[in-house]
Design a protein around this ligand. Structure first.
Ligand code: SF4
Ligand code: MG
Length: 321
């Protein structure tokens, strides 16, 4: 199976303004040279602490943010620098599901119209077809037909997320980037929404980039998982390989913090020293070295490249040279 998405050496830097003249005094290296690919029909999970660049990466791939360098190849086409009409055209095929659907749902618009809008804009269907299409979508996401005539505030958090998903699905996209889609929901509702996403993936042949900080949610959803730290991809592997044999010291610390219900599998929790450094002035060499329990001299000098150390398991760490 081919790749739907290929990311090559992607960088997204934001300027930092300072001083009286608001000159650019530095850059936040939110995404600092990451490469990965997603196969058609696959779910790639992206994890890391807040501020590691995972949301920025997602938004840059959708071209909601401007990349600084690198390449975004979507469905065989280089979309890195598309603009105007050709960018609008590609947007049909890539949609986003947000953490807080309420913030992205117009409170003045009926839910039916919210979902119909992208279809109307892109496909120019007539009123009867349009309404049927929206009713179908409501059913697919498990909302009652009368949701059409209601407003977003009349729904619970989980139902609002279903509205957001229906809107994302409206144009039959190939790729959905979901950024923390359940982290604002009650735990009891989270699994319903996750299962809905899985069902829809099957039914609509969707490919997912699933961004979250909750490692158990990501484990449930993903085929492969990438771990980001301070704008870099430090490890990427098949789910089981990553959870059972994490290789990067940062991944090992993350995994060690997941509570295990089985007391026989109780493992030492690895506590990292210090905080995540500023992405404006990232550390030299390996970005993780100030906090790494096994850092070596080489780690201060050169940044380790992400390389394959086992089949389908890549890690960026000098320990594995
Ligand atoms: Fe630790 Fe060095 Fe590996 Fe970085 S490269 S994670 S500092 S051992
Ligand atoms: Mg985020």
């Amino acid at each position: 199976i081919g790749n739907l998405l290929e990311i090559k050496n992607l960088k997204t830097y934001y300027p930092v303004k300072g001083g009286f003249f608001k000159r650019t005094v530095g850059h936040v290296r939110a995404v600092d040279d990451i490469s990965f690919e997603i196969k058609k029909g696959e779910t790639l999970g992206l994890v890391g602490e807040s501020g590691c660049g995972k949301s920025t990466a997602g938004r840059t791939i959708l071209r909601l943010l401007k990349p600084t360098a690198g390449k975004i190849i979507f469905d065989g086409k280089d979309i890195t620098w598309l603009s105007g009409k050709s960018l609008r055209e590609i947007r049909k095929d890539m949609q986003m599901v947000f953490q807080d659907p309420y913030a992205s749902l117009n409170p003045m618009q009926m839910v039916g119209d919210i979902i119909a809008e992208p279809i109307y804009n892109f496909m120019k269907k007539n009123k009867v077809e349009l309404k049927k299409e929206v009713m179908d979508l409501l059913e697919k996401v498990g909302l009652p037909q009368d949701a059409y005539y209601k407003y977003a505030h009349e729904f619970s958090g989980g139902q609002r997320q279903r509205i957001g998903i229906a809107r994302a699905l409206a144009l039959r996209p190939k790729l959905i980037i979901a950024d923390e889609p359940v982290s604002a929901l009650d735990v009891s509702v989270q699994s319903q929404v996750l299962n809905l996403l899985k069902d829809l993936q099957e039914e609509f042949d969707l490919t997912f980039l699933f961004i979250a900080h909750d490692l158990s949610v990501v484990k449930y959803m993903s085929d492969r998982i990438g771990v980001m730290y301070l704008g870099s991809m430090v490890e990427i592997a098949e789910k089981n390989s990553l959870y059972l044999q994490p290789m990067h010291p940062y991944t090992q610390a993350l995994i060690s913090a997941i509570p295990t219900p089985d007391p026989r599998r109780k493992k030492e929790r690895i506590i990292l020293k210090g905080d995540v450094p500023s992405p404006i002035n990232p550390p030299s060499g390996c970005p993780f070295h100030p906090r790494c329990p096994v850092a070596m001299e080489e780690c201060l000098k050169s940044k380790p490249a992400l390389r394959e150390v086992k089949p389908n398991h890549r890690v960026a760490c000098h320990l594995y040279n």
